[in-house]
Design a protein around this ligand. Structure first.
Ligand SMILES: [Zn+2]
Length: 267
């Protein structure tokens, strides 16, 4: 993205590290220690999809810290696009899963609620997979709502429309393989936008995976870059500043096109 013409208009920032104390807001001490010890002892597998190397713990702290910096940008009156990995939405309170070590979006929402002026947060997860970890962590919190459109049946197997959260604060919209722009835009307009609006969030976080793109090798949804821009523009009508952060997205060309398309909307 740095090669794009508009790159000079972006305020690029290097993120801070999240602290283990911050992670303890949403994760068990045992989970944090486990990630740290497996990583620092040379690496290994936290689950069959989630390998770590000696640097993984520090990188995951930095990835989570980038989302916290993103919240600070919102408080300063800006939008933020967090280009960090590893992603987070599969990591539950006490386990890593699906390439995810710590739940970045849930951590950012929790951090935001500790700041003055932010009383309600919505996390909209348009990654093609259900964010089981984010939902697991936030569904008992009446001040955080979680909404996901995801391919189903598909990994990780959660995300039924009957999972509503402890306070009616969860909206899951499972969709079959083969859905594309038309179906997604209808669902977004008729279900996602009203759900977000009805919650009256002070902060809108988007778990911005781009693996619902038609070129993605892992999934079977047929979105194009302009569809993510469409959703971004309409979210900006609800909240003038958005916090978006990467989740999945495994076709690098599609990922680049989608990220640039979303970034342009934020300028
Ligand atoms: Zn995904």
């Amino acid at each position: 993205m740095k090669s794009c013409e508009f790159s000079k208009n972006i305020n690029w920032k290097r993120p801070r590290f999240a602290t283990s104390l911050e992670l303890e807001w949403i994760h068990s001490k045992e989970h944090i220690e486990n990630v740290k010890s497996v990583s620092e002892s040379g690496g290994g597998y936290l689950d069959p999809d989630t390998p770590v190397c000696p640097e993984s713990y520090d990188i995951a702290l930095k990835s989570a810290g980038a989302w916290l910096d993103g919240v600070d940008e919102i408080l300063a009156g800006n939008s933020a696009l967090v280009l960090s990995r590893p992603p987070g939405h599969h990591a539950e309170a006490d386990r890593a899963m699906g390439f995810c070590l710590f739940s970045n979006a849930a951590l950012a929402a929790t951090y935001a609620l500790k700041q003055q002026g932010i009383k309600k947060v919505v996390i909209f997860d348009w990654d093609v997979h259900h964010g089981n970890g984010t939902q697991h962590i936030v569904q008992s919190n009446p001040d955080i709502a979680y909404c996901s459109i995801h391919q189903f049946p598909f990994y990780p197997g959660t995300g039924s429309q009957f999972e509503k959260g402890d306070h009616g604060n969860v909206l899951n919209i499972p969709v079959p393989s083969g859905y594309g722009s038309t179906e997604y835009r209808q669902i977004f307009d008729k279900q996602v936008l009203p759900f977000i609006q009805n919650f009256h969030p002070d902060l809108l976080i988007i778990s911005a995976g781009f693996d619902a793109h038609r070129n993605d090798p892992l999934a079977g949804i047929n979105l194009e870059a302009k569809d993510f821009a469409y959703m971004t523009k309409h979210c900006l009508e609800i909240q003038p500043n958005l916090l978006l952060g990467l989740e999945g997205g495994y076709d690098l060309g599609a990922l680049e096109e989608c990220v640039v398309g979303v970034a342009v909307c934020l300028l």
